[in-house]
Design a binder for this molecule. Structure first.
Ligand SMILES: *Cc1c(COP(=O)(O)O)cnc(C)c1O
Length: 334
């Protein structure tokens, strides 16, 4: 299993999660960009680190920090090869990424023969060849996924003829649940490590690792017809009360919350976010909920799932979690 810890371990705590995974015996970690891998090396993580989306201008740093890039087109292949040769390395560990239909990064199937020839004369140790599904969480059978798996099978077959040492992988978290027949040599788990799998049944097998809590800064009584927040974003339909929370869009509570989207839990009851989310503060309507200034508020955690909160605002757990900014202090509880 490759543990995916990109984007500050999906908005949690990169170093803590990485060290924990290493202690649990994970075989490799993956990040999106070189700088994330460098951070891990500086913290003493010394297991293999795959870089999914390495940029050519960072190739020297990748070698300097012993990171393993995914090479995804001829330009990245040739540039990396040049630098590896210049620095007199041999058997430098790399991975090859194929595009089988997602149409994001990757070599195309037609480039397989070119790659096979290149591999023979390269200063690389090709550790793995992989691809990525476009719709791994969607119900089977799925036409696009079937075409991707068929193509990837052909790619595996062609490469296996020339080398037995290469590993193959295809699946992210949802794919691991949905395609047990395609686990191959490795799987790449990201969101699943943090407790989400994009389907109710699969979610049941996981436990979210993080809670986001805050406290009530101030409570106001609001009369019917009064407005709340910038641009008079909400008009009270009745006499009510609002609570001010010290979290805003600069913390990752994006502006598509408010206006009936999003809620927090206060003493076990849902309080809806109202008006426009400010940069540093959010207003929630508390009405008759028994609470006082200083009380704890759960934004997500027990009984308030981050994926539900995300869905309420038309987004996904990935975006909500990875968007939580560094201003939110992380507290580690084992
Ligand atoms: C982020 C990423 C993953 C992890 O996906 P999850 O859905 O979070 O499990 C796997 N593979 C690649 C190439 C990725 O970029």
């Amino acid at each position: 299993m490759i543990g995916v810890v990109k984007a500050n371990a999906y908005g949690s705590a990169l170093e803590v999660v990485a060290q924990k995974l290493v202690a649990l015996g994970i075989e490799a970690l993956a990040v999106a960009y070189a700088d994330e891998g460098i951070l891990l090396r500086k913290k003493g993580v010394n297991i293999p680190i795959l870089v999914f989306y390495p940029q050519v201008q960072n190739f020297k740093k990748i070698i300097e920090y012993d990171l393993e890039p995914a090479l995804y087109n001829r330009r990245s292949w040739l540039e990396f090869k040049k630098i590896v040769v210049e620095t007199k390395q041999t058997h430098y560990p790399i991975h090859i990424k194929y595009n089988t239909g997602l149409n994001r990064l990757g070599f195309n199937f037609q480039e397989t023969e070119w790659l096979i020839e290149e591999i023979k004369n390269s200063p690389f140790q090709v550790k793995s060849i992989y691809s990525h599904l476009a719709a791994s969480e969607e119900e089977r059978p799925h036409k696009q996924t079937d075409s991707q798996t068929e193509l990837f099978k052909e790619i595996i077959e062609k490469h296996r003829k020339h080398s037995k040492a290469i590993d193959f992988h295809l699946l992210n978290t949802s794919g691991i649940f949905n395609y047990p027949d395609f686990h191959l040599d490795w799987v790449r788990t990201g969101i699943g490590l943090y407790g989400f799998a994009n389907q109710v049944d699969w979610n049941k097998k996981l436990e979210p690792i993080a809670r986001l809590t805050t406290t009530i800064t101030q409570i106001h009584k609001i009369s019917k017809g009064e407005t709340v927040g910038y641009n008079c974003g909400w008009t009270a339909p009745d006499d009510t009360k609002i609570a001010l929370l010290p979290l805003g869009h600069a913390d990752g509570i994006a502006r598509h919350y408010g206006h009936g989207k999003g809620w927090v839990l206060i003493n076990g009851t849902k309080a809806p976010m109202v008006g426009n989310i400010c940069m540093d503060m959010t207003m929630v309507e508390i009405g008759e909920i028994p609470c006082k200034e200083g009380d704890q508020v759960i934004v997500f955690g027990n009984k308030a799932r981050a994926d539900d909160l995300a869905e309420d605002a038309g987004t996904i757990s990935y975006e909500l979690l990875s968007g939580l900014s560094s201003r939110i202090s992380r507290k580690v509880i084992e």
